[in-house]
Design a protein around this ligand. Structure first.
Ligand SMILES: [Zn+2]
Length: 228
């Protein structure tokens, strides 16, 4: 009994010492360190984790009806060739007229034209009559005509030696190329520029970056293949 009382008294002493020590530090001791005070004021604010809203992947878009030809997509396409118009303005109608009247071709040589806000809206994708018919292009002449026979020709309106394509044009180009790659089973190594193929033209201009387009497509194609 005596021993129990002794232990109890000891515990009381320890408790009193701790309480006294705390009181001395808080009330009678030095003023709190300002850094500590700041930390103490900020630390208790706990922001609850918010579940991120599930959004559709950036490229989860609906394919425009006009992109699917009436007869379906031919198996002839093995590559894509990007061009610029080398003009400040234009659109499928103006280029079609030029190709018929000046070049003496039967119709617009490209399969698609992407506007820059002059003749058509910035980033607007026009489908050429050749794409509807799944007919060879007239946009990238080589000795064996491989790129006209098997390449989908896309023209960005503008002189891309003077300025880069607009953001909307690049968004549309990435979307269109993404569609074509999937529909035609074309890989990134089948994506070319006119000058890259022929080495005889600056088309589609020094301010167009095929590398940047490919880099973007790598991400977007992955996003399509692995939906969240
Ligand atoms: Zn070209």
């Amino acid at each position: 009994m005596k021993r129990l009382l002794l232990v109890s008294t000891s515990l009381m002493w320890v408790g009193w010492s701790l309480g006294c020590s705390t009181a001395k530090h808080g009330v009678l001791g030095d003023l709190p360190d300002p850094v500590f005070a700041t930390r103490a004021a900020v630390a208790p604010v706990v922001v609850p984790a918010i579940e991120p809203r599930r959004e559709r992947p950036r490229n989860a878009w609906r394919v425009p009806r006009g992109w699917m030809p009436p007869s379906g997509v031919s198996s002839r396409w093995t590559c894509i060739v990007v061009h610029h118009s080398a003009s400040s303005s234009g659109g499928a109608e103006a280029f079609d007229r030029h190709h018929r009247n000046v070049r003496k071709w039967s119709e617009l040589g490209y399969h698609f034209v992407i506007g820059n806000g002059t003749d058509t809206a910035d980033g607007e994708i026009e489908v050429g009559s050749r794409w509807n018919k799944q007919k060879h292009g007239a946009h990238c002449k080589t000795a064996n005509n491989h790129y006209n026979n098997h390449g989908v020709g896309i023209c960005l309106v503008g002189n891309l030696n003077h300025h880069p394509p607009t953001r909307s044009q690049m968004d549309s180009l990435a979307r269109l190329v993404n569609f074509l790659m999937r529909e035609c089973g074309i890989g990134l190594n089948g994506l070319h520029t006119h000058g890259g193929v022929t080495r005889r033209t600056e088309c589609p201009g020094a301010r167009f970056s095929l590398a940047a387009l490919k880099s973007r497509l790598r991400t977007e194609v992955t996003a399509v293949s692995h939906p969240r």
